[in-house]
Write a protein that binds this ligand. Sequence first.
Ligand code: NOJ
Ligand code: CA
Length: 691
Amino acid sequence: MKTLLLSAAGTLALAGAASAQDLEVASPHGDLVVTLSTDGAGRPTYAVTFEGETVVEPSQLGMRFAEHRGFQEGMVLEEKDRAAADESWEQPWGERRIVEDRHNELLVTFMDEEDERRRFDLRVRVFDDGLGFRYEVPKQRSLRGEVAITDELTEFVLPEADTTAWWIPARMWNRYEYIYEETPLGDIHTVHTPVTFELGGGTHLSIHEAALVDYSGMSLTLGRGNRLEADLAPRADGPKVKLEAPFETPWRVIQVAEDAPGLINGTDIYLNLNEPNALGDVSWVEPGKYLGIWWGMHLGTQTWGSGPLHGATTENTKAVIDFAAEHGFSGVLVEGWNEGWDGDWYENGDVFSFTESYPDFDIEEVADYARQKGVRLIGHHETSGNITNYEKQMEAAYDLYERLGVAQVKTGYVADGGELKRVGEDGVAHYEYHDGQAAVEHHLTALREAAEREISINTHEPVKDTGLRRTYPNWISREGARGSEYDAWGQPPNPPEHTAILPYTRMLSGPMDYTPGIFKLRPEAGEGSPPAYPGGEPRPDVRTTLAKQLALYVVLYSPIQMAADLVEHYEEKPEPFQFIKDVPTDWEESIALAGEVGDYVVIARQRRGGEDWYLGAVTDEEGRALDVPLGFLEEGRTYTAEIYRDGEGADWETNPYPIAIESREVTSGDTLDLPLAPGGGAAVRLVPAQG
Ligand code: NOJ
Ligand code: CA
């Protein structure tokens, strides 16, 4: 294995390295090697090998501008600096408390062979489980004034033979809310990241980005042959990105793992490539579990807007608060509390008020009632995609919530892709993508304003996660994929394999507010008619078993987890509900133990600051008998395993309810056998036995 000598202390400049020479940087364990070079036309390139096998063939780098000469060809490569890191840091909340950051770094310059003042730097960091690189473009004569990026030329050329891809389309009307496709590499279109691949030899790769700030989100589009090309979301006013030099792009990240669980275990790379916490003391950011006035609207038995079925009444909310207090939940989300929902709320972006409540919702009284009960009201701001209307009211809206002790706000941007409304200073409306530069900027404005008032944000119809929760720990969760709501009205609802794909795709980027815990898996008379959701259809069957709903609390990480179903449905089934009451949402450690993309996954997590472990396993439409070795438990200790698994005859399609709840004593030397029904799952709580 070729590795370069690194100075452990940090930098080792090799001034004047020959420009025609390839430059290499390897991961700390040496298995992952990135080579930078230029091709015959002087185009900047990079390539990647893993355990000696090519995982990214020579792929182009560069950028084009509207008014300035681009970085495209005729360039020479020079080494600038090397560094290495071996450190760890503590998260305020997360999948694990301590994050290790071990990487080797190479900084190079690509410069115009005729004019060396025209140049960009590329910073490459290689970790044991992936790599990131970003463009760092210095101030320079040839990039004066506003710089409009028309195209980022970054490519990811993957080996074509037998490469399978899991992806959702990008630049389409439904943003990130699509059913995942599994296809050969050659059959993908323009796709969102994270996009995940299994190469012919079994190596798994996922491509995504980190620290998306002041730039447009990167999708990938399939070019000639097997070239995946960066495809930045365009701004409404023409180019992809507008900025001024000096500037840095987000990190382009390639996770590389020997197997599918390795991808899940390697996601710290996104956090490590983001800047440290910019908010100081964030002890006010509170992980927790919540209930809501929510599912009823999706079922069509309640409405967001005013009228006889209005869900967000003072009375209804107090009843949910009572139940939340009794069962140890920390929050109650109330949607439809504010003026603006009447009529087709998809079209109400201009009229939503974020400070005025409907007359039958006394926000002061409700917030007070919640406080007395030790529960917090969770705020809600649906913008219907009008970011200007929201920004205008933002300060007043967050002031109100701060005064009422509301520490978390769920926001929503329901609007078709490319239809986020932003009104410029000149009064002209521009329609932007959810992952375009304007949206990226809007979300950071919201986070900063919220942080000043110690409020955390849970964004629905968001921009994708790129690890910014490290810098802004008040970005507590987000949606950004099909969640449970599709099980109320989606045609089709989420297929059984959906939650066996998410952990290897969307979830690699960070927490998701999936809102699991649906206990009533079949529609009842009256639900879904009239359809709850504009464009929705009468309610379909939920395509999971009951046990699988419990497993999702462990499998799909979020520091805030909703128990999404109606209170009465939990009251009907107190035994399985106990698992939702017990499961924590903040973790000391998380380990993906087994799985295959789209087939199944087994994840174990230990409570933050605690000794109990939780295990979740879900499968696709295939039933399977899993043997799970419990080697992650502390050696020599006996644990009581409380097992919630699919019962006799359980099947997502024909019989979703049977659940077996049983207890066993186990130790780290034991193997737990977990039978999963078709479309099923298992949830296990492992508590050290007394004495
Ligand atoms: C879409 C969100 O995902 C859902 O949770 C919410 O209820 C509706 N928008 C209304 O804001
Ligand atoms: Ca949604």
